[in-house]
Design a protein around this ligand. Structure first.
Ligand code: ZN
Length: 439
């Protein structure tokens, strides 16, 4: 499957598979970690299996009841061991149970969840600290409670001494009839999301500012991807294809002889140098012979007076790289003559097209120097509006209320104030509401 996707991505040439310039594992990293932002199919499958486990554990579904009846009639799902004899779906879920369970926390309401196997304390299942608890143990949290608080004698009797203080000080907001709730730890709202699951299972690379800089939602994929390949020396330059047994050829862009390699095509060659110098001058950036990644970094780190300028400093180098490559290929394989004037024009055209997409209401200048000056001067406008409390008309009173959460989920509370037509306080209140989410 992976092979098929990779083949499709790199393409076929006359029934022959094309050379794969990078492994699918490297491609499937996040942008900022040096990938091209695709997710590996196997990782997507795993996150879906984790999702199935989450639904099985957190919701009352017919399918969940069926699984429980079939596989967990005696043992608690957390304690259940993998058995290869059992169905495929169940086994896939079981395989990822370990990952899923560490991200699930239980909020106690009526205490119907398992005291020993459900992680409500945030320390993992308590059964893992005891030898006397078996997978068949069905003790509920409510059995350790008396009148909505901990039954201290019982806790001391059954729980390892080290955990006792933590349990006794663990706040309970007992709510009869309301089942305990599962909270997915990785999201703000406590609900499962596939991307949060994907984030913990995927293979990770090292982050770098240049990696991220070549991708932008306003840049077409092919343009960013070309820069990605240039940065990794994964382009069919003459220097590169001689290693496949082809004959070396000279640079096609310049009017003089030179090598056809990444550095020459994109930075140090006569042609590239002419283009960079032209665009760098207006931006006040010095252009000299540094490796291509350093060049991108220099543009990215360039000081900016406006956010638009910042955006342009990030995207222009990527557009330049794209057009340098297009020109080189047109001169090498097509009938076109290499031309600095044409390339400058095309870079300018691509740039204004991009700015028009991002800021459709601005009429941009029609030459590079004016455009850059304009971009420097762009300011974001902020509107100031006074928000004020107004007194109610007699005999009405006004009640203002609000709620807050210290963290999410975390300690929550609400409060309010009742005032009359002169703004005098009639009544005010504040109530802690226990633990919850900010919505
Ligand atoms: Zn050249």
């Amino acid at each position: 499957m992976k092979q098929a996707i990779a083949d499709f991505f790199w393409g076929w040439d006359k029934e022959k598979r094309k050379y794969h310039w990078a492994s699918w594992d490297k491609l499937s990293l996040r942008y900022d970690e040096g990938g091209i932002g695709v997710r590996k199919l196997e990782d997507i499958c795993t996150s879906l299996q984790i999702k199935q486990w989450w639904i099985f554990r957190s919701k009352q579904t017919f399918w969940g009841q069926f699984l429980r009846a079939k596989y967990c009639q005696r043992a608690h799902p957390v304690a259940k061991k993998l058995d290869t004899e059992q169905s495929l779906i169940w086994n896939f879920m079981m395989k990822n149970k370990g990952i899923a369970e560490t991200q699930i926390k239980w909020k106690i309401n009526s205490g119907n969840s398992s005291f020993w196997w459900d992680d409500w304390l945030g320390e993992g299942p308590l059964a893992s600290y005891c030898t006397h608890v078996t997978s068949l143990n069905t003790t509920k949290i409510s059995q350790f409670l008396v009148g909505g608080t901990w039954n201290e004698t019982m806790v001391r009797q059954w729980v390892p001494p080290l955990l006792v203080p933590k349990i006794l000080s663990f706040p309970i907001h007992y709510q009869e009839q309301i089942p305990d709730e599962a909270i997915w730890k990785l999201t703000v709202d406590g609900l499962f999301s596939c991307s949060s699951a994907w984030e913990i299972i995927r293979h990770k690379g090292t982050k770098s500012i240049i990696n991220k800089g070549i991708w932008h939602r306003h840049l077409p994929f092919k343009i960013s991807f070309l820069a990605w390949r240039a940065l990794r020396n994964k382009l069919p330059t003459n220097e590169k294809i001689t290693s496949f047994g082809k004959e070396a050829a000279h640079c096609s862009s310049c009017y003089r002889t030179g090598e056809d390699n990444i550095d020459h095509i994109f930075v140090s060659g006569h042609f590239a140098n002419n283009i960079w110098s032209f665009f760098s001058a207006a931006a006040g950036i010095q252009h000299d012979y540094i490796p291509i990644n350093m060049l991108l970094l220099r543009w990215r780190r360039q000081e900016h007076k406006s956010e638009v300028q910042n955006l342009l400093n990030q995207l222009l180098p990527v557009i330049i790289i794209w057009n340098l490559w297009k020109n080189r290929c047109a001169a090498k394989y097509g009938a076109k003559q290499s031309s600095t004037a044409r390339v400058k024009f095309l870079i300018f055209k691509d740039t204004t097209h991009l700015l028009n997409t991002a800021f459709p209401y601005i009429h941009w200048a029609n030459n590079w120097n004016d455009l850059y000056k304009m971009v420097e001067k762009c300011r974001q406008e902020t509107m100031v509006r006074i928000v004020k409390w107004e007194k109610p008309c007699q005999p009405l009173l006004k009640l203002n209320t609000d709620g807050s959460a210290l963290s999410n989920p975390g300690q929550i509370g609400g409060g309010g104030i009742l005032r009359d037509h002169l703004g005098r306080m009639i009544y005010a209140f504040a109530i802690p509401l226990g633990t919850g989410t900010n919505n």
